[in-house]
Design a protein around this ligand. Structure first.
Ligand SMILES: [Zn+2]
Length: 292
């Protein structure tokens, strides 16, 4: 079954601006990366994406957009971020006042609640807000296609955006499951494993005057001390995202007159002995000085 995802606004219309981003770009550049990743794991369903370069609302206004969505599309989910003065918080799901909330609408509302919480005005309506004044709500209700507009949280509230952005991968997988009804447990496990594997492969080592960073595929000589700090910080963030626990990257000190090659070869042996890293598929080619 095919479900259409529409990111709100687009083209020259950025939507609301706040927390260092805007609706158009956050949905298309931050959320979409994860949506695409999990979409590949769906077995029975498929997500289609409205042309991300376009603004569906403007297309609707000129007779396209909502009027031209194929009848075969089972549901349409349009994703926005809310904005208000002050520190309003939480998200909600908007549907037409001509329909009642279906299982998917309610499931999506539960996902909204899990991340930025529910907006104050929908706390007694299970996260659902019925409206009669939005063109897309009315057009899709008339056409008999399931449609909802999701406000994930307030872009004007940095805390809402922090909650959404820092957990964007699980937000995307939860949204996809709510929209399609299809479980992504295995896909989530697979993606987490990839992250975990990457973490297991990463380390730094100090050799002579430079710090070297191995990212799981190749060695980089870090040009400046701040690069080392940045890489260590990112590593700690990744471990926290993958395991819930913040860890420091391992750093080995081989500054005792060892060449990079020697240090690296010792590193591989070290790993084989201690069985700390998964370096089974790793090879270092002395001639090309490349690893893989
Ligand atoms: Zn919007």
């Amino acid at each position: 079954m095919q479900h259409l995802i529409v990111y709100g606004h687009g083209a020259r219309d950025s939507g609301a601006v706040g927390s260092g981003t805007n609706e158009r770009d956050w949905t298309r550049k931050v959320l979409d990366v994860e949506m695409q990743k999990y979409n590949q794991h769906l077995q029975k369903n498929q997500l289609l994406f409205y042309d991300k370069k376009r603004n569906m609302f403007l297309d609707t206004c000129s007779g396209g957009g909502a009027y031209q969505v194929a009848k075969e599309i089972v549901s349409v989910t349009e994703i926005h971020l809310d904005a208000a003065a002050g520190l309003a918080t939480g998200g909600h799901v908007i549907i037409s006042n001509r329909v009642t909330a279906n299982q998917q609408d309610l499931a999506i509302a539960e996902v909204v609640k899990k991340y930025a919480g529910w907006w104050q005005k929908v706390q007694s309506t299970a996260g659902i807000n019925q409206r009669g004044d939005l063109a897309h709500c009315q057009i899709f209700a008339q056409r008999g296609i399931s449609y909802r507009l999701v406000e994930l949280g307030f872009i004007s509230n940095p805390q809402d955006m922090q909650l959404l952005t820092s957990q964007v991968a699980s937000l995307a997988s939860d949204l996809i499951t709510a929209i399609t009804g299809e479980s992504l447990t295995e896909a989530v496990k697979a993606e987490n494993k990839t992250l975990q594997e990457l973490i297991n492969m990463e380390f730094c080592y100090a050799a002579r005057n430079a710090i070297h960073y191995y990212n799981g595929r190749e060695v980089h000589v870090l040009g400046a001390n701040h690069e080392f700090k940045v890489i260590k910080d990112i590593y700690s963030q990744y471990t926290e995202a993958a395991t819930g626990e913040r860890k420091d990257m391992l750093v080995f000190d081989w500054s005792d007159n060892m060449t990079t090659v020697d240090a690296f070869e010792r590193m591989v042996r070290y790993n084989a002995e201690k069985d700390i890293y998964e370096l089974k598929n790793f090879r270092y080619n002395r001639e090309t000085k490349k690893t893989r």
